[in-house]
Design a protein around this ligand. Structure first.
Ligand code: HEC
Ligand code: HEC
Length: 297
């Protein structure tokens, strides 16, 4: 009996060691992801899995994005009382895109919302949400944008009609450090910010962003050719919000674009094409952060 027990102990000890080594490796794989990748790989991940630039900058056809015209703009338009704008051509085409802009000019447009000539961009371009980008991630996004194919497509110029205001996201007004992203909740906030979740989920029913009183509260109605969709309450409230949902149910919202009951979401939240590419550790981080949103009835 004793030898058998010893053998078993040895086996389970060896298994434990393997598990611990496995966990340590997974831990480094998760936290080291920003450093182990090349800038181009990191930029591709951020643009394609998290920041969803295609949604506003890639022309849409009857069967989805027209990938031969990727990032050539012109198709999505927004008409508000302050501006009429279209997603710009952000390919490296030198005449109709941003091919002549320097890296620092592109960085400035992404985080400060100004063109090289100093003209402001409409806040439809979520630059207020990109101020939080770490210097490394900002450079990675620029490197990726420079690597895409140039496409010639002249987009009608924007029309600005009134003063434009971009609401800053509390806690996200300046660049984060790579160090800070090691903490899952902080990383969740970071990822949710650059995915501009709160542009939609931080609005009051009248559409005004109010991160202090309406964070996650919902009630704003999005309308489009596809119909209408109301932002639901995504605070941690157990009844009105998503406080009672499991982690898996919340992750499924992001990766499959369906609600808890399996209903497919309308266009504003049909973001699964992007978010399903996120690594699990990042999805977990977003869920961890969502759970910290104070409950609102
Ligand atoms: C929610 C929609 C939206 C998303 C998401 C978005 N943009 Fe934009 N972007 C716009 C609009 C609209 C404009 C034009 C604004 C204007 O003309 O005032 C713009 C302008 C720009 C410009 C300035 C180009 C020029 O010629 O003026 C750059 C560069 C840019 N976006 C890059 C990006 C990148 C890179 C991403 C993803 C990391 C991104 N955008 C995500 C809507 C968006
Ligand atoms: C462009 C606006 C927009 C953005 C950006 C957005 N959402 Fe949503 N979200 C919505 C709308 C609208 C719905 C409801 C869709 C419907 O009912 O068809 C929704 C639904 C949800 C739900 C489901 C809640 C429920 O009760 O069914 C969750 C959770 C959620 N969003 C979280 C997020 C997170 C996290 C992000 C960022 C990673 C995000 N959303 C980005 C507009 C948006």
């Amino acid at each position: 009996m004793i030898p058998r027990a010893t053998t078993q102990d040895n086996v389970s000890h060896a298994t434990m060691v393997r598990r611990v080594i496995g966990c340590v490796a997974m831990f480094f794989a998760a936290v080291g992801v920003a450093t182990a990748q090349t800038p181009l790989e990191r930029g591709s991940y951020l643009v394609n899995a998290v920041m969803a630039c295609d949604g506003c900058h890639t022309p849409r056809g009857p069967s989805g994005f027209v990938m031969e015209q990727r990032f050539a703009g012109g198709s999505q338009a927004w008409d508000t009382s302050a501006y009429t704008v279209r997603g710009s051509n952000i390919t490296p085409d030198r005449e109709t895109g941003i091919g002549t802009w320097s890296d620092s000019e592109i960085r400035r447009s992404l985080t400060e919302g100004v063109r090289p000539n100093g003209a402001p961009l409409a806040p439809q371009m979520p630059f207020a949400f990109y101020k939080i980008l770490t210097p490394r991630d900002l450079a990675a996004v620029v490197a990726y944008m420079r690597s895409v194919a140039p496409v010639r497509n002249a987009v009608p110029p924007p029309v600005y009609k009134a003063a434009m205001h971009a609401e800053l996201v509390p806690g996200a007004e300046k660049p984060f450090t790579d160090e800070a992203l090691r903490d899952p909740i902080t990383r969740g906030f970071y990822l949710a910010t650059i995915a501009h979740c709160m542009e939609c989920h931080g609005r009051r029913p009248d559409g005004v962003q109010d991160y202090k009183h309406a964070l996650g509260k919902g009630g704003y109605v999005f309308t489009g050719p596809w119909g209408a969709a109301v932002t639901p309450n995504i605070t941690s409230h157990p009844k009105s919000g998503i406080g009672a949902w499991t982690d898996a149910e919340i992750k499924r919202v992001l990766t499959h674009g369906v609600s808890r009951d399996g209903r497919a979401f309308q266009q504003p939240m049909a973001r699964q094409a992007y978010f399903s590419r996120m690594i699990d550790a990042d999805l977990d981080a977003i869920v961890a952060w969502l759970r910290t949103i104070p409950p609102i009835e």
